[in-house]
Design a protein around this ligand. Structure first.
Ligand SMILES: Cc1ncc(COP(=O)(O)O)c(C=O)c1O
Length: 116
């Protein structure tokens, strides 16, 4: 991945969303990567959304679908638990062997409070 990304960090580092000349090569690379990822998982290219990292992906997934209820675990990454703040959320118990289907709590945390 480093090898594939290097030209776009050192030489063709224009903004792929820009219409100017410097964005052309990066834009083509992003389109190619989108097609490759889509083919890999059997999706359509327009279904692929690239984000800047894990926390942004968590927030987009949890907040982006406007779910009525979220089910997660207290051991999840803090970015996931923070994205659940203010949402109707069930925290399943964490076990060493399997995911339980019996929720231990259903609560809506006050805004600004952390779950763990
Ligand atoms: C589920 C999850 N969310 C968020 C992150 C944090 O990612 P980032 O530092 O790219 O925001 C991680 C990191 O491992 C993660 O596993």
């Amino acid at each position: 991945m480093v090898e594939a990304a290097l030209p776009y960090l050192t030489e063709h580092f224009g903004n792929p969303s820009s219409t100017h000349h410097y964005g052309r090569r990066p834009r083509e690379a992003v389109a190619r990567a989108r097609q490759q990822v889509a083919a890999l998982i059997g999706a359509r290219p327009e279904e692929i959304v690239f984000t800047s990292g894990g926390s942004e992906s968590d927030t987009l997934a949890i907040r982006g679908i406007k779910a009525d209820h979220v089910i997660t675990q207290p051991t999840e990454h803090p970015a996931i638990l923070e994205a659940c703040q203010g949402l109707d959320t069930t925290l399943l118990p964490s076990t060493s062997s399997a995911v339980s289907t019996r929720p231990t709590s259903t609560r809506r945390p006050p805004a600004g409070r952390r779950w763990c």
